[in-house]
Each structure stands twice: as C-alpha cells, then as structure tokens.
Design a protein around this ligand. Structure first.
Ligand code: NAD
Length: 495
C-alpha cells in the first residue's frame, strides 16, 4: 500500500496525503495515484484467489499486531472505552476477515442459472467479477470498522482500493496511514488522508466503484461526483432512527437496552435509537427506569465512568448542546466543553417541531415524543425520511409485526437496538435518505462484485437457431414464442 501514486511499491511517508505535485500542472493531484492502481488492476493480480487470501490474512495480522495502538488511537480520538473498541472496531472486523476467508472460494464460484428451451445444451452462469479500482470513504464515529469492513469486501471481490479515512478521527487516520500500508500489497492498495478538499479532488478521478459512509449531505456530493463518470456506488448514510415503546413492555429491560444503544460510543452511532415514541403513561414509567439504568451503567457521576466516551469534536459538541433546549431535561443535561462531555440525557415531552427532532442526534441524548397509540407512531415514522433502522419494544408479537409491515427502513430491530448489525448473515444498509446498497458478510463480497451475465453457447443445432432468423413467418412466430415463453405456474385454465 502506498500513499504516493507516482511510485508504486514505495513505502508510505505517514503524514503524506497521497497527493502528487501534479496540482502545479493543473491536474487533479491524485491522477497518478489512481493510474498506478489502475495499472496494477490491469495486471490481473488482485483477481487471483491466492492474492485475495494473502491480503485478507494480512489485514487479520494488522488487527492482531496493532490492537494496542488501535485502542490508544480511539482513546485519543473520543475516549472510546476499550470494550466498545474491542466489540465494534476489532471483533466485528476480525469476524468479517474470518468469514470472508472461510467462504471466499464458494463466493468466487460461478453461479449456474436456469435456462430456457433454446439454451438447454448451453452453459449459463453469473460470474462474480471485480469492479476494478475502488474508492472507500469513511466517517469518524467507527473510524476503523467503517473503513476496514468495506475494504475486506473489496479485497475479497478482487479489486484495487484507495481508502480515505475521516480526518476528524485524526489519531485513527494517522494509524491507518502509517501502519496499514506495511501489511498490504502497495501496488494495489493505498491510503489517502485529508478532509473535504482532498476528497473533492480525489472524486474528480474516475473510479469503478465508490463506497461512501457518512452524512446524507456529503452523500449527495459524492453521488453527484460519481454521476459524472457513471460510477456505481454504495451510500451508507444516517438519519433519525425511531423507537416505539408499547405500553405492555417490561420497562426496566427496555430502559437498559435503550440506554446501552443510546450511550454506546457516547451515542455517536448511526444505528442508535435516535428518539422514543410512546404514550404519556409509558413515558412516566420509562423515565425512572432510564434513570436507574444510567446510574447502574455509569454510576452517580457518569463523567467519572471509564465506560462513557466523549464527543469527537468541538463542532459536534456545540451542535448537540443546541439540541438540549428541546422539551424538558428529565435526566442528565450536564456538559463540560473542556473535555467535550455530555452526560447521558433524556429529554421528555419533546415536540416534533423542536430542534432535537430536526436532525440526527448523534450524541448521548434521547428525546421522547409522546403519541397516543401505535397508529399515530407509525404515521409519524412514515411522515419522516426513511431511517437506517426502526426499533420497536413490545411483548405483543402482532404489534411488532404491525410496525414492521407498515414502516420502511434499512434494518429493523424488535426489543433491542443495534444488535441486528452484529449478524454477519444480515445485509447492512439504508434506504432512501439513509442510503443505497448494503454490505457485511456475503453482501460485502457481492457489493464489490459485478455480477456478469454469461452464456456459453454451442455452435451446433443451427436449424433450431434459424427459427429466430429472418425471413420471419407465422410458423416461426409460434415456435419462437413457445421456446422463449415462461408460463405462469398454477393458474387455473378453466376460468
Ligand atoms: P461526513 O459526511 O461529514 O464525512 C464523511 C467523509 O466524507 C469523511 O471522510 C470526510 O472527510 C468526507 N467529506 C466531508 N465533507 C466532504 C465534502 N464536502 N466533499 C467530499 N467529501 C467530504 O460524515 P461524518 O460526520 O464523518 O459521519 C457522521 C455521519 O455518518 C452521520 O450522518 C452518520 O449517521 C453517518 N454514518 C452512517 C453509517 C452507516 O453505516 N450508514 C455509519 C456511520 C456513520
């Protein structure tokens, strides 16, 4: 991996952004980097199963060797507790590496498909083909996971890759730029560092696939840049994830799970429960349970807890602060700008028109909006942009099913937030404003593979082929129709 595009194989220089001095000549500064990766791609080396395996294994070694530096970088970026780093940044990534290695040979196999009458003697299959040179852009909140998991999919699928970690989580960005290149094939994989300016210049280049994780605002910029080259892309975006709590729920269990989901990584999680919808009566029962859970998890003074992270930046801190005036502060509300601390906070009786309901919270603040019943909750959810996840807490499975069937979101969780994403067997992604496409496990491999439709025909049986050649006739029409037609199964011919 190399951050200098003009000299494939050269060791990275750490603080290097990946730019070359072509800017002076009026060229995009990443032109030579992208073209060196394209040259490597054209050699075909990343297509070989052995190359994919060796790079995935190297990524696994990176995770093992750099465990402590990873923990240190996350502590420095947002004081992320070690268990949270271990679970969300190391174990989940390691699982993806192992799962890809365990399944790669079967994923890579051609998928044979059904044939019609005309092609019975031929071979028809889907060939999983790498796209080519891929760009992966990541956010700051899970700065390793959200770069490395897509990288695993891209490597498994046989691509060359440029990764662009977030500049905001600067310690993790530095760690990735300085150490990951020592593990991977420098001809085929590169790290580019920097923020919006660098990403804008990078996006001027033609990629074969772009995988972006971040805000809907920047997602639109990335999609517009991709459109210029007709580059296919995945957008993993954010939004407000509603959580309906039914009156019959076990309130302490609900509270434990909600506080965990809302306070993990100090709430800076795209799939965290963003706000609660419940009846006034349920709000009254839920508040003491939430207070109890917060004290149980973080003690009487959460600021002293080693298990509670900090807000990533002053900008994010000020943004969240401005949301605290919504509704009434029922729990928490303490803040300290010197260490970017915001206490686990619950806002009760929040109105849909207030600031906390106008944007993704992305912090340890849980607004509660009261609604008379589940129908009103569903109507409210459907009046908003489609979120990454919809959550429901209810002991009545019919009510769970009702919320599932009558709403739309990237994923869905009943009686627990976020846990759906720990299953590698489920696709992870958004819909509408929360994103486009999905990944994780096999979906990760498929996302970075073009599914090439292949038909290998025999040169024989020309009389049969002649049925579709001119000159056309009524007889040919009948034969062609029956040869190509798919008949509807099980339809009653008597009616
Ligand atoms: P962001 O959109 O500000 O930044 C993401 C990336 O885009 C960064 O690498 C950044 O350098 C780059 N970028 C920023 N501005 C740019 C511009 N003008 N032009 C080109 N590139 C630009 O997002 P963020 O603040 O890092 O992350 C938070 C957002 O990401 C939230 O909305 C959250 O919900 C979302 N998110 C989504 C997922 C998911 O999997 N769906 C996961 C984590 C975070």
């Amino acid at each position: 991996m190399d951050t200098k595009g003009d000299t494939p194989g050269k060791a990275p220089t750490g603080s290097d952004t990946g730019k070359t001095d072509s800017t002076a000549a009026g060229m995009s500064p990443y032109v030579s980097l992208v073209s060196s990766l394209r040259s490597a791609w054209l050699t075909g080396k990343t297509r070989a199963a052995e190359h994919r395996v060796s790079q995935l294994e190297a990524l696994g070694r990176f995770l093992d060797d750099k465990k402590q530096p990873i923990l240190d970088a996350m502590a420095s970026d947002m004081r992320k507790p070690p268990l949270e780093v271990e679970l969300s940044e190391i174990i989940l990534v390691r699982n993806e590496v192992n799962y890809a290695l365990n399944n790669l040979s079967s994923w890579m196999k051609d998928e044979f498909v059904e044939k019609n009458l005309v092609t019975q003697l031929d071979t028809a299959f889907i060939h999983k083909e790498p796209y080519g040179v891929v760009l992966i852009i990541g956010p700051w909140n899970y700065p390793l996971n959200l770069i490395l998991v897509p990288l695993i999919g891209a490597i498994a699928a046989g691509n060359c890759v440029i990764i662009k970690p977030s500049e905001i989580s600067s310690s993790t960005e530095k760690l990735l730029a300085e150490t990951l290149p020592n593990y991977l094939d420098k001809d085929c994989f590169a790290v580019v560092t920097g923020g919006p300016a660098e990403t804008t210049q990078l996006l001027e280049n033609k990629f074969d696939y772009i995988f972006f994780t971040g805000s809907p605002r920047v997602g639109k910029i990335v999609m517009a840049a991709a459109a210029k080259h007709l580059t296919p892309l995945t957008l993993e975006l954010g939004g407000k994830n509603p959580c309906y709590v039914a009156d019959d729920s076990d309130m302490q269990n609900v509270a434990n799970r909600l506080v965990w989901g809302r306070c993990f990584n100090a709430g800076q999680t795209c799939i965290a429960p963003d706000y609660v919808l419940c009846s006034v009566e349920t709000q009254e029962k839920l508040l003491p349970a939430l207070r109890h859970a917060i004290t149980q998890f973080f003690g009487p003074e959460p600021r002293e807890s080693p298990d509670f992270a900090r807000i990533i930046s002053d900008k994010q801190f000020q943004r969240i602060l401005a949301l605290l005036g919504s509704g009434r502060v029922a729990i928490g509300g303490q803040t300290d700008d010197r260490e970017r601390y915001i206490a686990p906070t619950v806002l009760a009786d929040v109105q849909p028109s207030e600031p906390a309901m106008q944007e993704e919270i992305f912090g340890p603040v849980l607004p509660i909006v009261t609604v008379p019943n589940v129908d009103e909750a569903i109507a409210f959810i459907n009046s908003q942009e489609r979120p990454l996840a919809v959550y429901v807490f209810a002991s009545d499975s019919k009510l769970v099913r009702q919320v599932l069937e009558r709403t739309s979101s990237g994923g869905f969780g009943a009686n627990d937030p976020m846990m759906q994403t720990t299953l590698i067997s489920l696709p992870f992604g958004g819909i509408g404003n929360s994103g486009l496409g999905s990944y994780h496990g096999k979906f990760n491999f498929d996302t970075f593979s073009h599914h090439r439709a292949c038909l290998l025909r025999s040169m024989g049986l020309e009389p049969m082929n002649s049925l579709r050649y001119p000159p056309y006739s009524e007889r040919k029409m009948g034969l062609v129709t029956s040869a190509f037609e798919i008949k509807r199964k099980g339809t009653c011919t008597l009616l």
